[in-house]
Design a protein around this ligand. Structure first.
Ligand SMILES: Cc1ncc(C[n+]2csc(CCOP(=O)(O)OP(=O)(O)O)c2C)c(N)n1
Ligand code: SF4
Length: 318
């Protein structure tokens, strides 16, 4: 290089560019054909497309096959305790609102042992992207009835068939005060999984995405009907919803137009048992976000904090 080739602009910091491999953690140990792979691929793709900095991205999970997710991302991760993904994620978000936080949970993890935390996390509406991998069964512990197991399904805990009708995670989520984003997708339409997770990530507030997930070991047969007959899926379309790729319309031949701001209609679609709704059921951009409050004062110096505490205590001086 001659002296006249030198451009001082070359010394300016360049925008970081992350390669796809920078988001890929350990080799997934999920079974071949497990629907969890589709969610992992979609999240890795989203991170790459959005160029999320791996060191500013966190994946939090509980315990279960699905909860092994953080190991397979090369970001920060917290593989926590069964049912406890939400409090951990809310804690991270309350101290570090600048981080992108994903929560990955199973139907046992979220809807059984973690149900109390799930409900309050929905109400807190912190800026989290939540993925519920719902295979209708406890996979990791080998085939016990979960809250979403269908009536009559045989499992190790109910060998004669589940006796109580399943919980519907969509109607439960919609029933919680201050819920702001509820969507559903299916693992066998990976392009739709990606679009749904992307819309969820772009939503400010807690986005709750339920993915109907095949577990080839214990429960994949429960999704045979909508896989073999796509008209059993109900594609939800709207300009404010999740776009359906025009070249894939034949994969969702049965469609409705639904404005995701219409809460009553969202609830009635979520409760349908004749079809599987696929798309965005509900969105409320105006819902209160608890992290707007928990993040107050985070930029204060130590001295400013001490002074603020003294002032607050002095208010009670007699
Ligand atoms: C407190 C506690 N109770 C029970 C367990 C045992 N356990 C581990 S994973 C699991 C269920 C996992 O099912 P789910 O959340 O649906 O995830 P999947 O494995 O199907 O992805 C259970 C009961 C545990 N690890 N900790
Ligand atoms: S047991 Fe089921 S849920 Fe677990 S990894 Fe295998 S296929 Fe997936």
């Amino acid at each position: 290089m001659t002296s006249c080739d030198f451009d001082p602009a070359d010394l300016a910091p360049h925008e970081p560019h992350h390669e796809p491999r920078e988001y890929a953690g350990a080799l997934p140990r999920w079974c071949p054909g497990c629907g969890d792979h589709a969610a992992l691929n979609a999240v890795r793709q989203l991170c790459y497309d959005k160029q999320l900095a791996p060191e500013r991205t966190v994946v939090v999970s509980g315990i279960g096959c699905s909860s092994r997710f953080p190991h397979y991302m090369k970001t920060y991760g917290f593989h926590g305790l069964h049912g406890r993904a939400f409090p951990v994620a809310c804690g991270v978000k309350s101290r570090r609102p600048d981080l992108d936080v994903f929560v990955v949970t199973g139907d046992g993890d979220c809807c059984a042992i973690g149900a109390g935390h799930w409900i309050h996390a929905l109400r807190y509406n912190m800026n989290l992207t939540v993925i519920l991998l719902d295979n209708n069964v406890y996979g990791l512990t080998k085939n016990q009835t979960s809250p979403t197991t269908r009536l009559g399904e045989r499992t190790n805990t109910h060998p004669s068939g589940a006796m109580v009708p399943p919980l519907n995670p969509l109607t439960v989520a919609l029933g919680v005060t201050n819920t702001s984003f509820v969507a559903q997708t299916v693992d066998w339409l990976p392009w739709h999984v990606y679009s749904t997770i992307r819309a969820a990530y772009e939503h400010r507030g807690m986005s709750f995405v339920r993915i109907l997930q095949r577990c080839p070991h214990f429960s994949a047969h429960v999704f045979d009907a909508p896989r073999e007959d796509p008209s059993l899926l109900l594609g939800i379309e709207h300009a404010d919803g999740i776009a359906i790729d025009p070249s894939r319309l034949n994969k969702l031949p049965n469609r409705i137009v639904h404005d995701p701001h219409n809460y009553d209609e969202a609830r009635s679609i979520a409760a349908r048992e004749d079809v599987y709704p696929v798309g965005l059921l509900y969105r409320d951009e105006r819902a209160v976000c608890y992290d707007d409050f928990t993040s107050r004062g985070l930029s204060m110096t130590q001295a400013e904090r001490q002074s603020a505490i003294r002032t607050a205590i002095d208010r009670f001086a007699i």
